[in-house]
Design a protein around this ligand. Structure first.
Ligand SMILES: [Zn+2]
Length: 414
């Protein structure tokens, strides 16, 4: 099995290198925005979108042209990589996985990627990495990088520059040490409930930071725009954003590691996180109902980072030789596991489940997790209603073509 891994370190650039990194990130942003503007213009004039090769040709012209001579000072590959990113953003948009590509703003994900491993040298014993047009850059060496280097991304987060080194290595097909299977119900009040009865509380660090953020945002709104105090307030907001990101990452990693260590098979609901967070806003002509209430819900959905959690769980399970099965989430919170009765009235409150047909009671989220588990068992037995992600099928069970049996009805009926 091939294992892909990322190693992230803080860079310790000298002043000259830091200025250059800022310029390179700026050049990439410029190229991305210029190419996006061009594509938009072509679209409005009814012309066909330029392909990657066409954009690269234009990039060469921009680099050699009189208008933007500074582009020639930035390394070529990262600039081309930016055009690839734009291509991918368009592809994701057409596949309905993402919104239409947006223009990049300064200070928002300032980064650039070196895609060619031949141009990168990693000197771990001296804690330094060689990058084209930057030379040797020192980094805070906190762990050993294993595998062969594939590409390197340099990014700014808050005030610090980081390097993320992607590697690949061949490892033996692992066998998961555990034999258990568990169902998971993702919640809003609690982050998740397991069919084993365990409840995972959301990260409180996030809530605390959120309040800090709100306070800092109010403080900034009182300052005179572009004044020194305004700039200070803005920098503070960015620092809080960075801390929120760290706290969230930390929580998601700890949780996904623990679950992956304990269970060979994890059954989750195939939540369309993007749709859930989109529907509430509605459109100008057709504003979403309960926008306020829903945006609260959506915010906590995004805060809790379910999509990222699933991604982590999938790769961690793959590494351990385990598996993640995603099942249709429909009715998992309304169905009675005792008699199979499906009714909205089964769940009158957020916390309790009480079947109106047979009187079975349970903790509502644990109950839902048990329904998810049942759907997972059905999938394992004969290939039921599983929905692997098209672009990230790692670790998801491949749906097998087979006649549905009794067991599948649980999965396909809900
Ligand atoms: Zn019942």
């Amino acid at each position: 099995m091939q294992q892909f891994q990322a190693f992230k370190f803080e860079l310790r650039p000298d002043g000259q290198q830091e200025r250059q990194m800022r310029r390179f990130a700026g050049s990439c942003r410029f190229v991305f925005n210029k190419a996006l503007a061009l594509q938009k213009e072509r679209y409005e004039q009814g012309e066909k979108k330029l392909g990657y090769a066409g954009l690269c040709k234009l990039l060469t012209e921009w680099r050699n042209g009189p208008e933007t001579p500074w582009l020639a000072k930035a390394p070529t590959h990262p600039l081309q990589q930016t055009l690839k990113d734009l291509e991918r953003a368009y592809a994701n948009f057409f596949a309905k996985r993402a919104d239409f590509p947006r223009f990049k703003k300064k200070g928002q994900s300032d980064s650039f990627r070196y895609p060619d491993p031949k141009q990168i040298k990693l000197d771990q014993s001296n804690s330094r990495i060689f990058l084209p047009k930057l030379g040797w850059v020192r980094y805070r060496n906190s762990r050993k990088v294993v595998g062969e280097v594939r590409n390197v991304t340099v990014s700014l987060s808050g005030r610090r520059w980081h390097v993320s080194i992607q590697t690949r290595q061949e490892i033996e097909d692992p066998r998961h040490p555990a034999r258990s299977i568990v169902g998971m119900d993702m919640g809003v009040a609690c982050f998740a409930a397991l069919s084993s009865g365990e409840i995972i509380a959301p990260a409180h660090a996030l809530k605390k930071r959120q309040r800090q953020l709100a306070r800092a945002q109010r403080a900034m709104s009182r300052k005179v725009k572009f004044s020194n105090n305004w700039k200070k307030a803005k920098a503070r907001i960015q620092r809080i954003h960075t801390r929120i990101g760290h706290a969230r990452r930390d929580f998601l990693h700890k949780t996904s590691t623990a679950i992956s260590q304990n269970h060979a098979v994890v059954v989750i609901e195939d939540l369309q996180v993007r749709n859930m967070s989109k529907s509430a806003a509605g459109t100008v002509d057709l504003p979403g109902r309960n926008v306020r209430a829903k945006s609260g819900l959506n915010r906590s959905i995004l805060d809790q980072g379910w999509a990222e959690f699933r991604r982590q769980l999938e790769y961690k399970q793959t590494w351990r030789g385990g598996m993640v099965i995603a099942v249709n989430p429909r009715n998992t919170s309304r169905m009675c596991p005792a008699c199979g009765h499906v009714d909205k009235a089964n769940r009158k409150t957020q916390a309790r489940f009480k079947c109106v047909a047979c009187g079975h009671t349970a903790h509502a989220d644990v109950n839902a997790a048990n329904n998810v588990l049942a759907a997972g068992h059905a999938v394992m037995a004969c290939g039921g209603d599983v929905r692997p992600r098209p672009h990230l099928g790692v670790g998801t069970a491949a749906p097998m073509k087979q006649e549905p049996t009794e067991a599948t009805q649980i999965a396909s009926a809900n």
